[in-house]
Design a protein around this ligand. Structure first.
Ligand SMILES: Nc1ncnc2c1ncn2[C@@H]1O[C@H](COP(=O)(O)OP(=O)(O)OP(=O)(O)O)[C@@H](O)[C@H]1O
Ligand SMILES: [Mg+2]
Length: 286
């Protein structure tokens, strides 16, 4: 039985200032399970993560972590809960000027009183966990995309989080690296008692990893439940989303209007026109 905290959203509206991205979200990410948030581009997946992490103020509604209302807990408690939350940002969010070992050590130096020797031991352990024990002395720009993601994961795990958010962990990776990262996330779930929330576009990852799925779209939560329930849905919008496979060129778009050829020509002509000094017909002068 897991003791990892659940995350509950109650009547949550998210967005930026006056811009509402999604409204009235009543969602519960079960404690100790791996939940995935999917949905079209711009549906608000990253925005949702930012609100739950407290990086963006909620518009209305509440976020409960482990039953604690984040809007009314003491500052100390809130800080404590946040420190037990790890985040893997899309690009790993590593500081380019620091060696990998110092990037991973950052949260420990900031939030703990561990000695440098103890910090180094933890850093080495986490880097070994993600298969980067040989890379301690490297700088982020000396790492491949997949290595950067794994390094970001090591940093997210350095404070032994009870909750881990991963925003698009497999984006930009080739299929083999994606499968390896999925495998790594599954191993983390087995090794630690953790609540994990993974944002993805990758339906293959969703099927490989998810216990529980949330689908965002049309400014709301379109589905939440176990993956098996989503797979058997007959809802037309969800089916279009699920059945779309790469290569289906006529598959319906979920968020974008069709591209107008006229509009494209116009933009191109405008651009050429602006560059070609003195020429009004939009052609290059050379
Ligand atoms: N800092 C910001 N200020 C204002 N609007 C923003 C900001 N960040 C994102 N948005 C807007 O919020 C909406 C949702 O964006 P978000 O990044 O959450 O989408 P997403 O589902 O994560 O998309 P993707 O799959 O492409 O990453 C978009 O319309 C976007 O333009
Ligand atoms: Mg996003």
């Amino acid at each position: 039985m897991s003791s990892a905290p659940s995350i509950r959203l109650e009547g949550l509206s998210i967005g930026y200032g006056r811009k509402i991205v999604a409204e009235n979200l009543d969602i519960e990410f079960p404690g100790g399970q791996l939940s995935m948030v999917v949905g079209g581009s711009g549906s608000g997946k990253s925005t949702l993560v930012k609100h739950v992490l407290g990086l963006q103020p909620v518009i209305t509604g509440k976020v409960f972590i482990g039953g604690h209302d984040m809007s009314s807990v003491s500052r100390r408690k809130r800080q404590c809960l946040r420190q037990r939350t790890g985040v893997l940002f899309q690009d790993g969010a590593l500081l380019g000027s620091l060696k990998l070992k110092d990037n991973i050590a950052l949260p420990l130096r900031e939030h703990t009183r561990l000695t440098e020797g103890e910090i180094l031991r933890i850093v080495e352990d986490r880097l070994a966990m993600v298969g980067l024990d040989h890379a301690l002395e490297l700088y982020p720009n000396e790492l491949s995309g997949g290595m950067r993601k794994r390094a970001g994961l090591a940093r997210a795990l350095v404070m032994d989080p009870e909750i881990l958010f991963c925003d698009e962990p497999t984006s930009g990776l080739d299929p083999v690296m994606s499968a390896e990262l999925d495998q790594l996330l599954l191993e983390m779930m087995c090794q630690f008692d953790m609540t994990m929330v993974v944002v993805t576009h990758d339906l293959r990852s969703m099927h490989a990893l998810a216990d529980f799925v949330v689908v965002l779209g049309e400014q709301r939560c379109l589905f939440q439940g176990p993956i098996e329930e989503l797979d058997s849905t007959e809802d037309a919008y969800l089916r279009r989303f699920l059945d779309r496979t790469p290569g289906e060129r006529d598959a319906p778009r979920l968020t974008l209007p069709p591209i107008s050829q006229d509009k494209m020509k116009l933009n191109c002509a405008e651009l050429l026109g602006a560059k070609a000094s003195g020429r009004k017909d939009g052609r290059c002068s050379s």
